[in-house]
Design a binder for this molecule. Structure first.
Ligand code: F6R
Length: 640
């Protein structure tokens, strides 16, 4: 079980709660589900109940899938299970699509043999006068069945557990609370916009949670890495309610590698254990040292190394001067204005091969604008250098177009037809259907098929416009419309056979020397991750083919993050003019400008995010003592 597991894992003096780190969320979920299943089975043998505290949100989804599998394939019965959910939005009807009651029903309860009377979730519909009594009754009910045996938790980006937002007291119990701004932002996608999210919620209190006999908090992905560091290594504080778990005698935090990335043992492992000094780790340590001493690499001294926990590096690899030069050169070699390779140049220390001079390239773009947002400068450079550049838009991106924008186009077609006396009854029908659908469309309701297609067409047109702007031939633009995406809702299907085949056959057809893909490995449920899974699966299938020996895969990051500087293997600089041109390329995506459907917590427009990030990368290189560029795009090579 997890408890045994973490005992075999290294502890560090920095971590104040036992932490188990697994490679992937999937493996972690199997482990946690096995502990839950063992508890249920033990209680069955003892002829008694198992009381579970359950969470909702994206984090525990795979736990529920695994529990359902255990039920269906391994006969795990839930007849002796009583469960209590952490929270519910208020006010919100239980039948509403966004309610946690609906979530639990769809993702767990309806698939297992649990007695519905044993499924407790705060009621988001009780009247204000009744709330207090409802919360007290919830607490009483938990106590009456002997308390919670196993409490499952997620963590909000602000450190909340349940909906115990920052400021919650350690002795708080089930109550009505006001949701934090960050929480509401994070829920905006499910509610189709922040305005539709309830302002309050009923949540179990911190004390209710800490009274559980066993607590497991899960976190996956990059989004959670900062808050996990605070919860695990920071002080116990009401600013980070998850830090209260430090006071519990039997809690474990289970993470995937990416959510654990900011823990001291991962970020600066030389501070917590005897490390093997590989070239990569030396690079990471020296960059970290330079940034924390705020010095360029070539100015770091033996003293800096000694005072910052790096004396073992000096002992093994000579003096600061030699190590500095080695790391400086390694960084220098990542910079190139020739992402497709520099013709006739010695390429020993260049990120890309000089040969063949004219390369065939596929840029995979998960949505119709990721190519230009995330690697627009490189895209342009590859085209300018005469490579045979293809762009493959993996999904239609149709759910991210606003209703009024789509209707504008439907109306345009109708007006256009009438202006030019074109008789098009089907277009009129689509106009009528769309108009009446939109008038009564409910919050987050999937669109009718015709409207979805219109939205997809809008994005297709914008992508074509960008490609023309960059100078890509029409026949080199590929719209894959991968089926996994076409659910009409935010929730997507996992990658399927048909998706993989579409990707594989395009690669086989073009036989590229370079593939660029969005490498958002850290985004556990998002479209980017599924698109990448599709590419990995396709490559796995065709990697034995002859042309694949010459095909290199470069990963870029999506709109919101950048690779750690020590991981970057190719950095493509941009001049101020080139950066401006990239901005104009992004402007072609008009449906994604001036406030988008899924804005998230970042209120900047995509072009601003891209520029800020590309400028920050250039600044980092410059701070480390390398040349000063206006902006840079960064890539990591993936060896498949
Ligand atoms: C849900 C809950 C919340 C979530 C947290 C993380 O019942 O109580 O604390 O666990 O907001 O949400 P996700 O998993 O969607 O990132």
């Amino acid at each position: 079980m997890i408890k045994d597991m973490h005992q075999t894992q290294q502890f560090t003096s920095f971590e104040k709660i036992p932490v188990t780190i697994m490679n992937k969320a999937e493996e972690a979920c199997k482990l946690v589900s096995a502990e839950i299943a063992a508890l249920i089975r033990t209680r069955q043998q003892q002829n008694t109940v198992a009381v579970l505290g359950l969470a909702t949100g994206s984090t525990p989804l795979k736990i529920y899938q695994e529990l359902v599998r255990l039920h269906k394939e391994e006969g795990l019965s839930f007849k002796n299970v009583i469960c209590f959910n952490l929270d519910e939005y208020y006010p919100l009807a239980p039948e509403s699509l966004q309610s946690y009651r609906h979530f639990m029903q769809e993702n767990l309860f309806k698939h297992i043999d649990i007695n519905p009377e044993n499924c407790h979730i705060p009621n988001g519909q009780v009247s204000l006068e009744e709330v207090k009594q409802h919360c007290e009754a919830y607490e009483e009910r938990i106590k009456s069945v002997g308390g919670i045996d196993f409490q499952l938790l997620g963590i909000g980006r602000n450190g909340h557990i349940g909906f115990n937002e920052p400021g919650s007291h350690i002795s708080s119990v089930t109550r009505l609370i006001t949701l934090d701004k960050v929480t509401r932002f994070d829920a905006a996608a499910e509610f189709s916009g922040i305005a539709n999210i309830p302002r309050k919620a009923i949540t179990m209190g911190v004390n209710t949670i800490l009274s559980a006999k066993r607590i497991v908090l899960l976190a996956w992905g990059e989004r959670k890495a900062d808050i996990i560091k605070l919860a695990v290594e920071g002080p116990v504080s009401d600013f980070v309610p998850a830090s209260y778990l430090q006071t519990h005698h039997n809690s474990t935090i289970v993470l995937d590698e990416v959510a654990a990335a900011n823990l001291t043992r991962k970020k600066t492992p030389w501070l917590t254990e005897d490390v093997v000094w590989t070239d990569q780790l030396i690079k990471k340590a020296v960059i970290h040292l330079a940034l924390s001493c705020q010095k360029p690499i070539l100015k770091l001294t033996n003293n800096d190394y000694n005072e910052n926990g790096l004396s073992s590096l000096l002992v093994l690899h000579g003096n600061a001067h030699d190590i500095n030069i080695k790391v400086f050169n390694a960084l220098q070699h990542t910079i190139t204005g020739w992402p497709g390779g520099k013709p006739h140049a010695d390429d020993t220390y260049r990120p890309e091969r000089a040969e063949p001079i004219r390369k065939r390239v596929i840029i995979f773009s998960p949505h119709p604008d990721d190519d230009i947002i995330s690697m627009g400068g490189t895209f342009q450079r590859l085209a300018d250098h005469g490579h045979d550049v293809h762009v493959a838009y993996q999904t239609s991106g149709n759910i991210a177009v606003a209703d009024d924008e789509a209707f504008r186009f439907v109306e345009f077609v109708k007006d256009y037809n009438s202006q030019f006396n074109i008789n098009a009854p089907d277009a009129d029908k689509i106009y009528e259907q769309s108009s009446s659908f939109l008038k009564q469309k409910k919050n987050a309701e999937p669109d009718i098929a015709a409207l979805r297609q219109v939205k997809g067409l809008i994005r297709k047109g914008e992508a074509k416009n960008t490609c023309r702007f960059v100078g890509i031939l029409d026949e080199n633009i590929h719209f894959l419309n991968l089926p996994f995406y076409e659910t009409g809702t935010i929730e997507k299907k996992p990658i399927g056979e048909e998706d993989i085949q579409i990707i594989a056959s395009l690669i086989q057809h073009i036989k590229p020397h370079q593939i660029y893909a969005a490498g958002d490995l850290a985004d556990p449920h998002g479209t980017h991750k599924v698109c990448l899974d599709g590419i990995f699966a396709a490559l796995d299938r065709i990697k034995h083919l002859d042309f694949m020996k010459d095909c290199w895969l470069w990963l870029y990051k999506g709109a919101w993050a950048e690779w750690d500087i020590d991981a970057i293997e190719m950095a493509v600089p941009m001049s101020p003019e080139q950066l401006l041109k990239k901005r104009y390329g992004i402007f072609k995506h008009q449906s994604q400008k001036d406030g988008v459907v899924f804005q998230g917590t970042d209120s900047r427009e995509f072009w601003q995010r891209a520029e800020d990030r590309n400028k920050a990368t250039a600044e980092l290189y410059n701070n480390l003592g390398l040349a000063e560029y206006e902006a840079m795009e960064a890539f990591v090579r993936w060896h498949y």
